[in-house]
Design a protein around this ligand. Structure first.
Ligand code: SF4
Length: 675
């Protein structure tokens, strides 16, 4: 008989920004099982995705050779091909031919139409070194300002940066152990940051009080002292009313307001009309609950404030977050143990990819640009107009992730030269001219930065499959073909470059990362504590309250479209499903798309359990199973974004927040019918 070859290696989980360290056990080059390692963010814990989600690494669909599109292969936006079906459109080539074809296409368009005809779309799933080099390639190699990545679809940090001058959390999740109260707005960590949620639950069991602002019921609801179930899209009214209560009752932190805050008087005037009774009418939250929650938050010694995609993914998402931050600042809930501001990030390396400058409005280290390039969604509008003709997509899947997919897919079909670099043949790759097979995170070296500003080093836990290559190396080789002197770049040299250029990484070195494996930025003296800004803010002595003017959703319900469609994520699947839907365990746990609706709504429609419904908006229509769910408010239909069979984003609206340019994934008008 054959002897099984076993091996193990350690990496960081790619599925969310908690940054759990995981040990992969290999048997005969297959991932046999995964277990939580004793990492600084997880202490041995993993959620269901971390435990069962790694089957994708050796899935037969992995791309292992470079591919070039066949001359006769159509680019049809209506086909929405994925997986093995994509491969029929391509022929395998060697790496030199693929890289030459990729680089030549960009050079030709740049010569004919200027560098502005090119765009680069990265991902928050790669390493810091990938992100850093990709933005360099865009700016130095292609010469284009149009570089962005998928953090744009959820960005929740810009309002924090406006207020403090710092574009990362002021307090890491572990600070919750010192908090007496937690305010959580528009976040469902039990589904989206499950290991972080497990630490939060520990704190709630020990007595930390929770004020939860969420239209739906979620796993943390049972821990909530106050669950303020706002009508969708009314967070600004609720938070303004809470702020008014705080100010009217003199519960604000007078020292903080007078010594460390700008904009207080303007805020007082702006929230004045939001009496608890008026806000109750708008939000559906009883006035006495608004008052009680405000008193609890303001009256405590230390409160942590978290927010997530439920706050940011609106056409007025930045204003939602400004209202959260304003409430926390007038109460002085920042800069002490257990007091701080924490935007829960989405993908595993959102923080690092932004720090590295993979953004159209910032150079590395958040050095602002006078003229911003196109963002994720705008790139495809520009492609449809013919303004953008060439696109390099590294690790993103906009043909599933963007709002109003018909628009993005039409934009993809218009491109003259599309290079897609990924680990699977995605819906986006179906439109490519060149497909470059990339390494998965677990197969490469580098660093990633989690939601807590924790920079962790990764080393290859298993070998590369076939001819796949790490992203940074492919980017380097395209750059070299475009005339950049990049032949000697390594992961180490890229990290050292970043440590020089990014103020956040001051004092970091590759040697330190090899020795310690992880470190939180900014490096602080021992005993200095984790909650930043007990003294000056990076923007100066005072934080700023930025005026807001929430306009409301773009598309209201009416007689034809009487439901509100909200989209989100499930605990079992990650984003567009390219990885987790290739895990047999996760797929068995959550195998099909479902429209979650209140049972009363389904009864009115005459839909029985498991019956099929048609969900329709002004942009598209999908059919899927109905799921009676009392956690969903009446009048709302909730869908996960991960299922290509009924892609939620065929329905969503292409309306962007004016500040963050984040699309509104949480509110559009829909019709639902029994099928
Ligand atoms: Fe992975 Fe996030 Fe789950 Fe940790 S909590 S195992 S990082 S998906």
């Amino acid at each position: 008989g054959r002897t099984a070859v076993t091996a193990k290696g350690e990496t960081v989980c790619p599925f969310c920004s908690v940054g759990c360290r995981v040990t992969l056990h290999m048997v005969d080059d297959e991932v046999a099982w995964a277990e939580g390692a004793d990492g600084p963010a997880n202490r041995g814990r993993l959620c269901v995705k971390g435990r069962f989600g790694f089957s994708y690494l050796r899935h037969p669909d992995r791309l292992t050779v470079p591919l070039v599109r066949r001359a006769d292969a159509p680019k049809d936006p209506a086909l929405a091909l994925r997986g093995a079906a994509v491969l029929d459109l391509f022929r395998p080539v060697d790496w030199d031919e693929a890289l030459d074809t990729a680089a030549r296409g960009f050079a030709r368009l740049r010569a004919a139409h200027g560098p502005g005809s090119l765009a680069v779309l990265g991902s928050a799933k790669g390493s810091n070194e990938d992100a850093y080099l990709l933005q360099k390639l865009a700016r130095m190699g292609l010469g284009t300002p149009h570089v962005d990545h998928c953090t744009r679809l959820c960005a929740s940090v810009p309002p924090l940066a406006e207020a403090t001058g710092f574009a990362a959390v002021t307090a890491p999740i572990e600070e919750i152990a010192c908090a007496e109260v937690v305010l959580m707005v528009g976040s469902n960590p039990d589904s989206n940051h499950p290991v972080a949620a497990s630490f939060m639950k520990n704190a709630f069991r020990r007595g930390t009080k929770l004020i939860l602002v969420d239209p739906g019921i979620q796993a943390l609801s049972r821990f909530a002292t106050h669950h303020l179930r706002t009508a969708p899209g009314t967070d600004v009214a609720l938070l303004s009313a809470m702020t008014r209560v705080v100010i009217e009752e003199g519960l604000h932190d007078r020292d903080f307001v007078s010594g460390r805050l700008e904009g207080f008087e303007a805020l007082r005037a702006r929230v004045a009309p939001f009496t608890p009774e008026m806000a109750a009418g708008l939000t559906g939250v009883p006035a006495q609950d608004i008052v009680a929650a405000a008193r609890l938050f303001a009256g405590t010694r230390a409160a942590m404030t978290f927010w997530g995609m439920g706050a940011s993914q609106h056409a007025f998402g930045a204003d939602n977050i400004r209202a959260v931050i304003a409430l926390a600042l007038v109460c002085g809930q920042v800069g002490r143990p257990g007091a701080g501001l924490h935007p829960l990030r989405g993908q595993n390396n959102v923080q690092g990819s932004c720090d590295a400058g993979l953004l159209p409005n910032y150079l590395p280290g958040y050095r602002p640009l006078a003229q911003a390039g196109h963002t994720v969604v705008e790139m495809f509008d520009a492609a449809r107009r013919g303004a953008v003709r060439g696109l390099y997509v590294v690790g993103g899947n906009p043909a599933m992730a963007n709002p109003d997919l018909a628009v993005t897919r039409a934009g993809l079909a218009c491109l003259e030269h599309l290079v897609v670099q990924d680990i699977f043949p995605t819906e986006t790759a179906a439109f490519a001219d060149v497909i470059l097979p990339a390494a998965a995170l677990a197969e490469r070296a580098g660093t990633v930065t989690n939601t807590d500003r924790l920079v962790q080093r990764i080393a290859p836990a298993l070998p590369l499959p076939g001819g796949a290559r790490p992203d940074w190396r492919i980017i380097r080789d395209i750059g070299a073909r475009l005339g950049l002197s990049w032949a000697n770049l390594t992961v180490e040299s890229l990290f050292e470059d970043m440590a020089q250029e990014l103020p956040t990484l001051a004092g970091f070195s590759w040697r330190m990362m090899v020795q310690d494996d992880h470190a939180r930025y900014p490096l602080r003296p021992a005993g200095a504590g984790e909650s930043l800004f007990g003294d000056d803010f990076p923007r100066g002595a005072k934080a700023a309250i930025v005026p807001l003017d929430a306009s409301g959703a773009d598309e209201m319900t009416d007689a034809d479209y009487p439901f509100i469609l909200m989209t989100g994520r499930l605990r079992e699947h990650w984003h567009t499903g390219t990885m987790t839907r290739r895990s047999p365990v996760l797929e068995a746990l959550s195998p099909e798309p479902q429209a979650h609706m209140h049972p009363d709504d389904l009864a009115r429609l005459g839909v029985t359990v498991g019956g099929e419904v048609e969900v329709r908006t002004r942009r598209g229509m999908v059919h899927l199973a109905a799921m009676p769910d009392r956690a969903v408010r009446p009048g709302v239909v909730w869908m996960a974004m991960s299922f290509f069979e009924a892609a939620a984003n065929e329905l969503t609206v292409n309306r962007l927040d004016p500040t963050t340019r984040v699309p509104d994934f949480k509110f559009c008008a829909a019709a639902v019918e029994k099928k």
